[in-house]
Design a protein around this ligand. Sequence first.
Ligand code: FMN
Length: 393
Amino acid sequence: MTDTQRASIILGITGGVAAYKAAELARLWIKAGYSVQAVMTEAATHFIGTATLQALTGKPVLTDLWGSSGSGMDHIHASRQADLIVVAPASADFMAKLVQGRADDLLSTLCLARDCPLLLAPAMNREMWSNPATQRNVAQLVEDGIGMIGPDSGEQACGETGVGRMSEPQAIFEAVESLLHQGPLSGKKVLITAGPTYEPIDPVRGITNLSSGKMGYALAAAAREAGAKVVLVSGPTALATPAGVERLNVTTADEMFEAVMSAVTDADVFFAVAAVADYRPAEIGAQKMKKSEQPLTLNLLPNKDILASVAAMPKAPFCVGFAAETEKLLEYAEAKRKKKKLPMLVANLAQNTLGADQAELIVLDDDGQHPLPAADKLSQARRIISHLSKLLS
Ligand SMILES: Cc1cc2nc3c(=O)[nH]c(=O)nc-3n(C[C@H](O)[C@H](O)[C@H](O)COP(=O)(O)O)c2cc1C
């Protein structure tokens, strides 16, 4: 399972003071685009209200083995729809139950009936944690293939200090991220530029182009799905940042150059998708230029070539260029690939692709041409990532 848009997580909450932290965890997952179903034990409802979790997840909280959704089979259905179950906090009592395979409430039953990974974030008093019974249970659960996150050491709700605090929601979130994103680009950093640049003429006018950013954003989502850490340097667009992607906003080609140069140092792959302006006005008016009857000549200076600069670095990442041409597509695209010494380039006809939701593409590499028949840009992005992964391996 690598699609962050569709990943579905069951958040199990058991009876411990740390139950309040489960609300923050649910919020982080919802923000990242996951679907979250909260399931609480009866004891958990003494610590945090179902209304909080329902409001955060947008779904009724399941608490009852005896058919709270009306189907009477929540223990099977809920776990079948899940890509992962995370119990946070996991009480000492709940872990003991799991070891024995007991199933006397909804959460323990669906853990037993699951066909997906299970992660526990234990939280309890330090003596409860270090008790040999709990330690035996933990060892057994690990042997049974159940993942453990934490617990951490520190000050506890009871006033004592030691090991037993639930890991912070952010740490649990990150552990789940790496579990869900073990794709072909796992462990790789991918830097992507997207969208147009805007070169100001005066405070209200500028030179830009018709790039929407859709292809670059789709590639960012696909690279993230494939497990990469993704940094997206974006010109002005109206698009939402794909879940789990770090986005750096820029306006001009110069700003994009600077952002790329500071983010590229540890990148493994660089996708130059942005439609970077080739020229910028030599002078930018401090005030709005007044209309006149005379012809206007703008003096333009060439911008730095971002892709060529990255490709020429001594330890250059694997560089993938994009060529949008209006004629002689293959001839111009292959010439660009050769000139900039790129191992891979994606060619498309600008008039069919710019701003559109679909794209018909041709990948060029040292082995020749690889046509990608017309499809929506996310599907094309996934094909490009798959092609890249093969070249990298
Ligand atoms: C105020 C209070 C705080 C508790 N905190 C914890 C805790 O942090 N960790 C834990 O394992 N049990 C804790 N317990 C005990 C559990 O709530 C108890 O074992 C309960 O039966 C667990 O039920 P469950 O595992 O079905 O959720 C606490 C009990 C109370 C009354």
